[in-house]
Design a protein around this ligand. Sequence first.
Ligand code: C2E
Ligand code: CA
Ligand code: CA
Length: 564
Amino acid sequence: MKNHILFVDDERSILSSIKRAFRKTPLNILTTDSVEEALELIESKTISVLVSDYTMPGSTGADLLEKAKAIRPEMTRIILSGNGDQEATVESINRGAASRFLAKPWDDAQLINEITDAVSEWKKRVFLDTEKNLLNHTSFLEIVDGKISAKSAENYALAYFGFHDFERIQDRIGRVKIVEFMKHIVPASMNVDACVALGALDTHRYCALVSLSESCVDVESEVRELVDQFPLSTEFDDQKIKFSYDIGFVAVDSVNTTASSLLEKSITAYRHSCDLNGQTVIEYKACMDERKNSLNALENGLDAALSDNEFVLYYQPKINANDGSVHGAEALIRWNSKELGLVQPNDFIPIIERDKAIIDVGQWVLGEAAQQWMSWYGVLDENSTVSVNVSPKQLQDNTFIKRLETVLTETGIKASNLELEITESLMMEDIWKTISMLKDIKSLGVMLSIDDFGTGYSSLSHLSLMPVDLLKIDRSFISPMSESKESRNLVNNLIRMGHDLGVEIVAEGVEDENQLNILKEYGCDFIQGYYYSPPVPAEEFTKLVGQFEVSRVESELVGFRAAG
Ligand code: C2E
Ligand code: CA
Ligand code: CA
């Protein structure tokens, strides 16, 4: 970002000798003898240092410095004072309108030194990283405000961007090294020429004001140029780190706007981009605000949901395919919100997964489910299990094993009665780290299952390395089974290969008898789905178990009579 030093003096001869003095320096000098023009330049250009004469016709230098301070508080302001101005100069400095004064006549070398120092003072105030011209938040907004209010014909877009799934990258690299890593990537891999100003909002989120071509018709592709060179992986600290970006942007189309409202809009678009798979550039649309408001309502309410006891667990039975007995239950969380009613997990888990709240909520789920199983003692078979969904964020937390041990000791549940469901996507992260962590869990005796199996990319060969007990075949394979031979073959193969690896198979989302019969024929071990029951509150689950038991005994009797 180019910056200028502005000299203001009503004596043209003084301005000429200043220009001469700076001719051989790399500094960009602007001069004017008019206060009005000075103010216009301050509004439209990036001025790092303002040097003003004290006595000016029609106005005083002090006046100009005051106004300049209001427009660009970050600018270094200096008074160039002659004899007789001393008292007033001191007063201006005391009021903060200027930081120091230079006396006329001056020595060229000394003047150049003073101005060079003043420019670096300005840089320190404005940039987060002076070497890389990364502006801090305030300066970025100020500069954008200046650009959009200047009466120029230039068109801009404001873009907000970050690394997709940053927490994953941070977990791999570690909190200490992440700052260094970010410096390694940004802005080195960015097309900095494409932007007028580049700001950093925190360690991993940036904003850029992009100057659009005169006849721009496709703003998105011009914004995309910013990250054209962005690599999809890099070597850092002897590791290969894969990453991608999320970008939201807004075209600056009206002068009646402010930098901060543009930034808000680009952040809203960015949030939408984050929900996709990375490498997406999304333009802000007014309808996005609606979703933002409802998300805000969710976020606000979620903060207190745990302490206000608003979470509840529902339980869905897992049925033994061989004899129809209840093998156990999967605990599924709901949020019973005072304002919003019963909220389903797909609507709030992703929100709490964004920060560390998932760790506390997940811990509550573990404790609650274990305690519930204990209270079913005598109702459920002693070898039955209660299974709990565990978010990858929980598992990646170093305290997870300790927390798990605490649940076991505090509730008294036997480890083999507790099952953790982990998603396949976790296994893809860092396979060796995952294996070692799963082994730690397994060494406690807790059961492990892979949830939503088949939806990710993990192969069965990975699976053979994992100490897992069960595989849950995702509903998306079960639903089309009745119509599609291909799906049936796939499910059949998954069951067979799973059994070869010594793991048991659960089919998820079984909704009708036809699916059930096919699965039984293929030798599937456990069935879960609406065919038997949707997830229900704990009290209802107790009743369900009784009913299942009665109908199981009845059907056994029928079979016995038929055989007899
Ligand atoms: P999931 O672990 O795959 O859970 C199965 C989901 O399928 C549940 O949705 C369940 O109600 C639904 N389902 C069960 N049988 C059928 C069926 O026959 N047909 C259809 N159409 N759906 C069926 P739910 O309860 O809304 O949970 C959604 C997801 O939220 C869960 O998917 C799980 O990933 C997540 N979740 C739920 N509770 C927790 C929790 O305590 N912690 C974490 N981290 N995630 C949770
Ligand atoms: Ca599950
Ligand atoms: Ca599942």
